[in-house]
Design a binder for this molecule. Structure first.
Ligand SMILES: NC(=O)C1=CN([C@@H]2O[C@H](COP(=O)(O)OP(=O)(O)OC[C@H]3O[C@@H](n4cnc5c(N)ncnc54)[C@H](O)[C@@H]3O)[C@@H](O)[C@H]2O)C=CC1
Ligand SMILES: CC(C)CC(=O)C(=O)O
Ligand SMILES: [Mg+2]
Length: 352
């Protein structure tokens, strides 16, 4: 079958990691008889350079006419001084909002071969870690009304009941297919939005008696992720808390460069992007870890195209590459074979 994929490289390491995901998708296409057609769009800094704005109508059209979107990451020092509404990150927020992708799935899964790359002790890791962070993506403080002057700045954190309900339902549906356990993370002791969040989660919990629900304050959750990560199955949380906790959870898996994500809504087109940023400190050096982006492409096959065998093949190839000892520098440990971004992508593609 033919699948149309919009490809947005973004900035920093974006082009390098997206190239490797495309390499792997092409191999899947050859092996399983699919045709992936790519159309290049522009987001973030690269879009500012081309169109003067971080998200253009041209790119919006390409995305809406595609079956799915593969995205690198945006931002970097080059655009740090552009006016706030034109920053690269505003382009990312705009495309998420426009596509209505309110569910951000960030699976933190530790490949057993990377146990020694995780900073956690063996007894804490145990048999392994598999936490699904379900992050609300199109509401909350990143989108609330704001004001700024040299004397006062205001950000606001609005959530409607409807916004909380729809992400909570997604989390329950996901939990039903996994360990049947949700930890809803909030700041109920301080924030009114968290009060509404907790009340809504408890109301919906009645429709899912098979799923065990508990609540945790975000500050405690940040600590518990390190102290006892195996207690978590699905973490349901808001936009900013999910952003922060997912970077933290990524380290349990060895590196931020291992954490993929899928951003999904009720519409046809989802956004598949690594959880990390554009890593300007290592851009252009062929050292970035492409695995988060390649795993995001696997999530695309699974969620957007229903290509389960193909998604499994990517995940298995990654496991084999890790088993064979190949490591980018961020997950390197003594005795392993250090490889660059492109070599890692090739090793993965070769095992499909
Ligand atoms: N989704 C997106 O497009 C996001 C964009 N950003 C933007 O990215 C820029 C850099 O932000 P930072 O705070 O530095 O976060 P970052 O996630 O880009 O990097 C944090 C650290 O992790 C490392 N790292 C990230 N991805 C890696 C990979 N694949 N392989 C190996 N190491 C990796 C980086 O080298 C850096 O040391 C900023 O402009 C920020 O706004 C940040 C987060 C998400
Ligand atoms: C750059 C921000 C808009 C978002 C972010 O950090 C993320 O989605 O992980
Ligand atoms: Mg982030």
């Amino acid at each position: 079958m033919n699948y149309k994929i919009a490809v947005l490289n973004g900035d920093g390491i974006g082009p390098e990691i997206v190239d490797e995901a495309v390499k792997v998708l092409d191999r899947i296409g050859e092996k399983f008889g699919h045709k992936f057609e790519y159309t290049q769009g522009y987001l973030g800094g690269e879009s500012i350079d081309k169109y003067g704005i971080p998200y253009s109508e041209e790119t919006a059209k390409i995305c809406k006419e595609s079956d799915s979107i593969l995205l690198g990451s945006v931002g970097g020092p080059k655009w740090d001084n552009v006016e706030p509404d034109k920053r690269p990150e505003k382009g990312l927020l705009a495309i998420r909002k426009e596509l209505g992708v309110y569910t951000n799935l960030r699976p933190a899964v530790l490949f057993k071969q990377l146990k020694s790359a995780s900073p956690l002790k063996d007894e804490i890791i145990g048999e392994g870690l598999d936490v699904m962070i379900v992050r609300e993506l199109t509401g909350g403080i990143y989108f609330g009304p704001r004001e700024y002057s040299d004397e006062k700045a205001v950000d606001t954190l609005p959530y409607t009941k409807g916004e909380i309900e729809r992400i909570t339902k997604k989390a329950f549906e996901i939990a039903k297919l996994r360990g049947k356990k949700i930890t809803s993370v909030d700041k109920h002791n301080v924030l009114d939005t968290s009060k509404l969040w907790r009340k809504t989660v408890n109301e919906l919990a009645k429709d899912y008696p098979e799923v065990e629900v508990s609540h945790m304050y975000v500050d405690n959750a940040a600590m518990q992720l390190i102290a006892n990560p195996r207690q978590f199955d699905v973490i349901l949380t808001d936009n900013m808390f999910g952003d922060i906790l997912s970077d933290e959870a990524s380290m349990l898996t060895g590196s931020l460069g291992m954490l993929p994500s899928a951003s999904l809504g009720d519409g046809k087109v989802g956004l598949y992007e690594p959880s990390h940023g554009s890593a300007p400190d290592i851009a252009g050096q062929n050292i970035a870890n492409p695995i988060a982006t390649i795993l995001s492409a696997a999530m695309m096959l699974r969620y957007a195209f229903n290509l389960t065998k193909e998604a499994d093949a990517i995940e298995k190839a990654i496991e084999e590459v890790l088993q064979d000892g190949f490591r980018t520098v961020d997950i390197y440990t003594d005795g392993m074979k250090k490889v660059g971004t492109a070599e890692m992508g090739t090793e993965i593609a070769n095992r499909i």
